[in-house]
Design a protein around this ligand. Structure first.
Ligand code: 9MR
Length: 385
């Protein structure tokens, strides 16, 4: 762990400009972090911010540990992309969340297009996890063992894993991960499970089925790819987290937080709403002891995944494309600072609260341009890959 300057002293000098990880730790959380990716590590201005020990204390590889990169062809393992981020985390004393072992997306076609028996696919999952989680053994604070297994209505997503093995692929994966890296916290990770509803209820059933099968699950990762103005209420965010804890998860965390604009450029009022939405998520995490921290899915709009997947949308992160801090950064740091210094409690409103809770719209019968994922709470576009 890093030695952080005493926060009270820092706040006295800098007011709300004390930094995110430092404030999160002072507020009792484990980290405030940012995902990163290999290409971005060549950008010196970017790296300067990401490696500021007071700003970010945790990172997650955005791509490099996925099946597509780690076992692109059967029996041929490659760790160069993942290792670059793992080594970066080690060099900079950052907690590493590892992402991800079993996911329907970025899955090489030798897996997704094979016609497997149950025994064959079980062995493929076990071999993949033994190798990849074994390679990173001791380096990962946590693994996202299974990612995005659920549809919006709480049924299981169609994938080679579900088609061949039914829901048993989930306990199979968790048992393999526990064997490969006994000290890593094992997470189920998904989007649109930040709010209460069908998908959150299905996540509770996943926790139960892993435990019933004699497996270990430690945490639920809520990706939190949200939309400005449609962020769930603090009450609902807390209710979802508390439900996971009640079902037996010992910790929860926001793993991929970003809050995007549906149309660009953002207005000044829009940036204030985005700031309120980020403040709401931060307060929710502060209010739930089991919420160990927050990871944003990269920190600058320069490297956000969103414009590539949702053309015309974006500006979802805390820093703009030129590395200037946005109002949302100030909102998060102010909420954390209040908690760190015993100031106004987590339910205090920072600015005008403009969050709304949306009800799930029926799934459209169309095909998403890319990836078929992460529409966000309130998204009414395509979700089918
Ligand atoms: O950030 C990742 C982006 O670079 C990739 O193109 C994309 C492919 O699916 O995956 C992104 O990360 C995803 C994460 O692994 C799982 N949750 C949704 C994220 C955004 O798509």
């Amino acid at each position: 762990m890093r030695l952080l300057a005493p926060v009270a002293a820092l706040l006295a000098v800098h007011g709300a400009s004390a930094q995110l990880h430092q404030l999160a730790v002072a507020a009792g959380k484990m980290y405030f972090g940012s995902a990163t990716d290999n290409g971005e590590l060549n950008d010196a201005a970017y790296v300067r911010i990401l490696t500021d020990p007071n700003e970010f204390g945790q990172t997650t590889p955005g791509n490099g540990q996925k099946w597509q990169y780690t076992q692109p062809s059967r029996g041929s393992f490659s760790y160069s992309s993942g290792d670059q981020i793992a080594n970066f985390a080690k060099t900079n004393n950052m907690i590493l969340r590892c992402h991800t072992l079993v996911w329907h997306s970025q899955l090489p076609s030798w897996v997704s297009s094979g016609s497997w028996t149950k025994e064959q696919l079980t062995s493929i999952i076990e071999t993949h996890i033994a190798n990849v989680a074994g390679h990173y053994r001791g380096q990962c604070y946590a693994w996202d063992v299974v990612n995005e297994a659920l549809n919006e209505d709480g049924t299981f997503r169609t994938s080679v894993f579900y088609t061949v093995l039914g829901e048993s692929f989930i306990p199979i994966a968790f048992k393999a991960a526990a064997a490969a890296d006994p000290d890593a916290k094992l997470y189920y990770n998904d989007y649109n499970i930040e709010n209460t509803g069908a998908k959150q209820a299905a996540t509770l059933r996943i926790i139960g089925s892993i435990k019933q099968a004699g497996g270990r699950i430690d945490g639920v990762g809520m990706q939190a790819h949200l939309i400005v103005g449609s962020t769930p209420s603090q009450r609902n965010l807390e209710a979802a987290m508390n439900s996971y804890v009640a079902a037996g998860a010992s910790e929860v965390t926001y793993t991929e937080l970003d809050i995007r604009f549906s149309s660009l450029p953002p207005t000044a009022a829009g940036l204030r709403t985005q700031a309120d939405d980020y403040a709401t998520v931060t307060r929710a995490c502060l209010a739930v002891d089991a919420c160990i921290g927050i990871t944003i899915w990269d920190f600058t709009d320069k490297y956000s995944w969103i414009p590539n997947t949702f053309p015309g949308q974006g500006a979802a992160l805390l820093y703009d494309e030129n590395f200037s801090k946005k109002p949302a950064w100030t909102a998060v740091s102010t909420v954390l600072a209040a908690a760190a210094t015993g100031g106004p409690g987590p339910s205090t409103t920072l600015t005008t609260v403009t969050t709304t809770t949306t009800t799930g719209a029926p799934a459209p019968t169309c095909t998403a341009a890319k990836w078929g994922q992460c529409g966000g709470d309130g998204w009414t576009g395509c979700t089918i890959a």
